[in-house]
Design a binder for this molecule. Sequence first.
Ligand code: HSE
Length: 404
Amino acid sequence: MINVAILGFGVVGSGVGEVIVMNNEKLAKSLGDGIAVKYIFDKREFEGTPWQKLVVHDIDIIMNDPDVNVVVECMGGAHPAYEFSLQAIKKGKSVVTSNKEVVAKFGHELLSAARENGVGYMFEASVGGGTPVIRPLVKCLVANEIDSVCGILNGTTNYILTMMNKYSESFESALSAAQEKGYAERDPSDDINGIDTCRKICILADIAFGYGMDSTTVYAEGITAIRNKDVALAEKLDSSIKLLGRAKRVGDRISVMVAPFIVSSERVISGIDDVFNAVAINGNAVGEVTLCGRGAGKLPTASAMVADIVDVAKNGGLNVSWCSPDETPDGILLTPDQVEDKYYVAFATHDASAVEEQMDVKILSQDASEIAVETPKMPYGELKNKLSALEAKEIKAVSVIRIF
Ligand code: HSE
């Protein structure tokens, strides 16, 4: 019997319990052994539910029980989730987590501790929710040098942008709906400011390139500055606005960043709506592979976590590692100002001539109060200089969005 202790019995933790019960026979068949939830670690009692008798409030009961094989960490936040994970690993228990913050910050250390202790540290649900991304990248694409990993990695913001686009909903009401559906983080500013996407793209970059990324210093823009007007224009241009995490090789350097992009409908990820995530991986042998599925929510996230329980119990941990951010060679990461893109820029003016004098642009739309243009490809630093020069002439950019 594989005995599991679930730390944190909120949306995701209770989903793990539900999937283990719902698919118990199927899981036992696949594993050749049963899976049982032995403990739930939570402040609450869950009175009147079948879970009540499993609740403990003392973490040492779990850590000191040799029958607990797998600790499923669904606590959220870096602490004490990191300390509990390390403690469990040192006690010879595998750890399965959905905690992006812990994986992005301490993943290299926890993976190395897991190897030393002969157990697994599994984190499929930390990126893509229910969409398999980590295992395909680590296992199925192992024969490739990875050139880029790019995609929609946050269900909440994709849901908000979809509601703004399809139903002209306001940003605020779409965010409330995402919170009600259990998609958003405890602090939804992590979603809308791009921090959640940043943690996820850093984890994917860690795996793809082997260098540890510091998600607290990687460039991340969110979606709070996106206006309904920008969304409507993107639609007119047969495109959509998506918050993307992008990690790619540029010569012998690497660029990792998060920002909203205008994505043409010719690209698969342009049509990925609602809470769905999609990750396009480019390998030097396979070409492009796109993985798509529900990126947040109770049962989809639990689906990935229960798969990790089965995998670690059956096959042991994943063969993956990366160095700590301190060991990542200086200068390997391009600064945001060095990264080249094309840009959509809306200016609060009806006169295009000053903008056209400053750079060679294509006019996308023009009305009495605004003109919107597409710029040529240039480093972000160069664009900022041009926008400052225009601002000095009182021509203000009211929206800047990269074009993918
Ligand atoms: N808040 C996250 C999202 C949850 O919306 O994608 C899944 O990581």
